[in-house]
Ligand binder design. Structure first.
Ligand code: LMR
Length: 390
């Protein structure tokens, strides 16, 4: 049986972790995979997470099963962070805990498939390299739409809207809620309003990937577009992740929310989500969600989490401003948001950046802004500029 399998290439982003680790140069800079690093280059466990973990160890008295929905209080507490306090009682929106944002995306794609009707999913280009394999392997046909031109460094909004006009009622549109991965180029509020009008007019189903809330411009600001399209659409999906904004990466903590046409329809959706979860991971891992629940249920911890998230955000914004100030050719980086932006480098120049400077960025030129530290940001900017025409 297994001798028929073909060798698979390693995931390019995850392979960068090993490549950079194997580099013995003390001044190497790893800007590959999206993890936040502090000024000293460490990825610390958040203060509120440490405190909540202590509470969890002291108070948790069983590890018995919770069920396919996971920690329901966790989902209840995340709902207003994503949709706003006024949307919390909206019982047309239901949610389940998932293994990270990936689990939420996969579960959403499975739901689209089992709903039938031949729905396609429109995916902007470029996008996070795992989006298309993850959604495509659930069996949902993908249609690509243009999103960003790395050469002119602009969102191709008119071309995007033209492509979405070609979608049929019931087709799904994947949107990055904030901190677009890999480009950092987000829609502005007017553009979100236009997308909201379009999904409402054409009966499309927005599927928002919200993996970086709080790391672009603030928790509320980063959810504004998501809220506009979810409000405008009859039906919607949101894949939420706590990996980055709670720094829980390996704990795989997230949620999938679905908006149905009514509270009754939402309960039917929920039943389908539970069935789909049962046949894939049965139940999501508990630890991360329990930690987030304790944080959000404890006012002092919730306030400290918000404060530390603001510190991370301020650091990312400061790094962006410093890179942009180095040279007008890098000024666009300050207009973008979140962990990533794309450098205008060819694949060969990306390899040369690794070989000559020990700087690791993804093959697309995507780099993790939050991976820079105060003492290497200038060297990074100088190295990149050495490849750019005057
Ligand atoms: C990234 O894009 O670097 C992150 O989302 C981590 C991942 O899983 O790829």
């Amino acid at each position: 049986l297994f001798e028929r399998l073909e060798a698979q290439p390693a995931d390019a982003l995850l392979a960068l972790i090993a490549l950079s680790r194997a580099d013995t140069r003390p001044d190497k800079i790893d800007l590959g995979v999206g993890v936040y690093r502090d000024a000293a280059g460490n990825t610390p466990i958040l203060r509120a997470v440490k405190a909540a973990e202590r509470v969890l160890i002291e108070t948790q008295d069983t590890k018995t099963y919770l069920g396919s929905a996971g920690d329901e209080r966790f989902v209840e507490l995340i709902k207003p962070i994503v949709f706003g306090a006024q949307a919390a009682p909206n019982d047309a929106i239901v949610g389940v805990q998932t293994p990270g944002g990936c689990g939420a995306l996969r579960l959403g794609a499975e739901l689209i498939r089992v709903a039938g009707g031949g729905a396609r999913i429109f995916v902007g280009q470029p996008t996070w390299p795992n989006h298309m394999p993850l959604i495509g392997s659930a069996g949902v046909p993908i249609v690509q739409y243009p999103y960003y031109d790395p050469r002119s460094r602009t969102v191709l909004f008119d071309a995007m809207m033209d492509a979405l006009e070609g979608a049929n009622a019931g087709d799904v549109v994947l949107l990055h809620g904030c901190c677009h991965n890999p480009t950092g180029a987000d829609l502005d509020l007017n553009q979100w309003r236009a997308v909201a009008d379009l999904v409402s007019r054409r009966g499309l189903v927005p599927f928002v990937d919200l993996a970086y809330q709080g790391l672009g411009n603030g928790l509320e600001e980063d959810a504004a577009g998501t809220r506009l399209v979810v409000e405008a659409a009859d039906q919607a999906l949101v894949a939420q992740s706590c990996d980055k904004n709670f720094g829980l990466y390996r704990e795989r903590t997230g949620a999938l929310f679905a908006k149905g046409t009514s509270a009754k329809n939402a309960q039917i959706i929920l039943g389908n989500l539970l069935g789909l979860a049962r046949t894939s991971w049965s139940m999501p891992p508990d630890h991360g969600a329990a930690v987030v629940r304790i944080i959000l249920d404890t006012p002092e911890l919730a306030a400290d989490w918000r404060a530390e998230l603001r510190e991370m955000l301020a650091r990312i914004r400061e790094l962006r401003a410093r890179i942009a100030a180095a040279d007008p050719r890098l000024a666009y980086i300050d207009d973008q948001n979140g962990m990533f932006s794309i450098l205008p480098l060819t694949p060969d120049q990306v390899l040369e950046l690794r070989a000559a400077h020990g700087i690791y960025v993804a093959g697309s030129g995507r780099f993790n802004v939050a991976g820079l530290s105060d003492d290497n940001v200038d060297r990074f900017a100088a190295a990149v500029l050495s490849f750019l025409p005057e």
